[in-house]
Design a protein around this ligand. Structure first.
Ligand code: URA
Length: 203
């Protein structure tokens, strides 16, 4: 008898891939997370934005970038006149990884094995959408897309090619949230806005 394809292997659309990913067991993160948070956006998008992994609010909502990082991301895309409804937004890792601390769930970084396991879904999204440009939001996304560690602060604004794919390197928007000093925060927001304006030109 022929072997059954693994979940998602034969998906021919983002909708089918999203369905298959609901039951993903490629790494252990599914166990504690609420649900798989698959990418979102039109299958015809010219650009894919790749974050790290869903946060607390994304895990509950089942949608990428809807929490605090998503709000600052949206407001900067808006300023750069990039319409989020026309782009595809996803994460390198599609389950929330966290440490419980009292009633709170504290984000914990995905490791290389988890990134590698989930790369399968990211590749599926890239194959189905065939974007002109992929934007790596931070080090985890860059690692997933390029298969190696990238110094994002040094490389931000650069485009790196991999297998015919153009990968634009920038920071993760949550970096802006973590800056406390208002002038520094505003300067970082401006730098990220400049990156998003470049993305718009490259799209
Ligand atoms: N941070 C990410 O990298 N992705 C999300 O979806 C939310 C926060």
């Amino acid at each position: 008898p022929e072997a059954e394809p693994a979940a998602g292997e034969d998906a021919t659309s983002i909708g089918e891939a999203r369905e298959a990913a609901k039951g993903c067991r490629r790494c252990p993160l599914w166990h504690d997370a609420t649900q798989t948070v698959f990418g979102e956006g039109p299958e015809t998008a010219d650009v894919i934005f790749v974050g790290e992994q869903p946060g607390d609010q994304e895990d509950l909502a089942g949608k990428p970038f809807v929490g605090p990082a998503g709000r600052i991301f949206d407001s900067i895309l808006d300023d750069a006149e990039v319409d989020r409804r026309k782009v595809y937004v996803t994460n390198a890792v599609k389950h929330f990884k966290f440490e419980p601390r009292g009633k709170r769930r504290i984000h914990s970084k995905p490791n290389a094995g988890e990134i590698q396991a989930c790369r399968w879904w990211l590749d599926k999204e890239l194959d189905l959408i065939k974007p002109n440009l992929v934007v790596a939001l931070g080090a985890t996304a860059a690692q997933a897309l390029l298969g190696r560690a990238v110094p994002v602060l040094k490389m931000r604004g650069a485009v790196i090619e991999r297998d015919g794919l153009r990968v634009f390197i920038t920071i993760h928007p949550s970096l802006i949230l973590r800056i406390r000093e208002p002038a520094d925060k505003e300067a970082e927001r401006e730098r990220f806005l400049k990156d998003m304006r470049k993305v718009k030109e490259l799209m």
